[in-house]
Design a protein around this ligand. Structure first.
Ligand SMILES: [Zn+2]
Length: 382
């Protein structure tokens, strides 16, 4: 039997003294998880305010997990960023950037590369289990220092991010649930974990290098990746993704912002469960959770291109997501009524190569230079 637990974490205070809180749901495995070698799991949603579908997916996961035989601890955090998800302007939710500092909410996590080489040197002969335990302890103590022993204080966003990161560092598998603006489903996957991308029911995967740019997924796997690299240099061989380095984290983009769909969320949850079942986190049920038999396309981050609006205007988005668009075919047409009668009121936007459109801007009215589409410019089947 699994035990279910609900807690509320304080992540900050508003000017009025009102508390900023985040709900935390945990399924705890009754067996001793320290010895069964099953990876533990952390899943969060809604770090960006308008990207709400992940909350519905966590609801469906919690409902489905009631009937699963769980072999590891699973922590689920909806509404991960209470500032962002309440950040409304008119009928829209903003919440991609901290309104005070302008920093992207998903670029505030912590990683200190300088601590890694000294750690590996000190633990060059240590047993694998000790390395795992001590390194995790190091990562957690860095976060504790930031949160509790920092005379200069933290920004609102850092305080939220570090508290989430403290939970993520205690897990082996981390899923950060986001959405695009108007978007197909797609997955950000570290290059070393490419094999796992086919376990999700997501047709488009962006393979990201093992570099830190401040996001949750990178903050989770980069320390371990760097540690593995340093050990390699020092002559001790580990494989990233295996053994004590069996750490994986993904940013899961669940479609479009500003909407939830509980039926789609159920499908999304089944896809996540097929990944977790493959990793041994839940035991095979009578029917099991299997990845769907779909064509999956991948591209490297360097080939995931943004197309910026060549002019201002009103955009009619034409290209369908996930369907190869031949060279020269229009992605969009831009209406310019100011040119009607004495100029060209319609401008077609196309590219000189075949692409796979993944997402587009959420509004029809764009300024010149707005990120219009994001596309796979060079891609392959997984
Ligand atoms: Zn996002």
């Amino acid at each position: 039997m699994n035990t279910f637990d609900k807690q509320v974490m304080h992540v900050g205070e508003m000017a009025s003294g009102a508390k900023l809180t985040v709900p935390i749901y945990t399924y705890k495995c009754q067996q001793d998880v320290s010895t069964n070698n099953v990876p533990s799991v952390y899943i969060q949603a809604n770090m960006h305010g308008a990207e709400v579908q992940g909350n519905a997916v966590i609801f469906q996961l919690l409902e489905l997990l009631k009937y699963c035989d769980i072999q590891a601890n699973i922590t689920l955090v909806p509404y991960a960023n209470p500032v962002a998800c309440n950040h409304k302007n008119g009928e829209y939710t903003l919440g991609r950037f901290d309104p005070i500092t302008g920093v992207n909410w998903n670029r505030m996590y912590h990683f200190d590369e300088s601590a890694i080489t000294p750690f590996a040197q000190l633990n060059i002969e240590s047993h694998e289990d000790e390395i795992k335990q001590r390194f995790q302890h190091l990562l957690l103590s860095q976060i504790e220092d930031k949160l509790d022993h920092n005379i200069w204080g933290l920004t609102t966003g850092q305080r939220i991010a570090y508290q989430l990161q403290r939970m993520a560092h205690q897990a082996d598998l981390v899923l950060d649930l986001h959405t695009g603006p108007i978007s197909s489903k797609h997955l950000y996957c570290p290059e070393y974990a490419q094999a796992s991308a086919s376990l999700f029911d997501i047709a488009h995967t962006i393979l990201i290098p093992n570099e830190f740019d401040g996001a949750m997924d990178e903050a989770t796997f980069c320390p371990w990746w760097h540690l593995q690299q340093v050990y390699q240099k020092l002559g001790r061989h580990f494989v990233m993704g295996e053994g004590i380095f069996a750490k994986e984290s993904f940013t899961v983009e669940l479609g479009s912002q500003e909407q939830i769909d509980l039926a789609v969320a159920h499908q999304d949850a089944l896809g996540i469960l097929s990944y977790l079942q493959h990793k041994g986190v839940i035991l095979k049920q009578v029917q099991g959770f299997r990845p769907k038999n779909i064509t999956r396309y991948a591209c490297y981050l360097k080939d995931y291109k943004a197309l910026y609006a060549p002019m201002g205007g009103m955009v009619d988005y034409l290209a369908e997501f996930g369907k190869p668009l031949p060279a020269g075919e229009p992605l969009a047409r831009i209406l310019r009524m100011d040119n009607y009668g004495d100029g060209d009121p319609l401008h077609h936007v196309s590219l000189d190569r075949q692409v796979l459109p993944i997402l587009h801007f959420a509004s029809a009215s764009v300024n010149q230079g707005t990120e219009l589409y994001k596309v796979f410019s060079d891609y392959f089947e997984l």
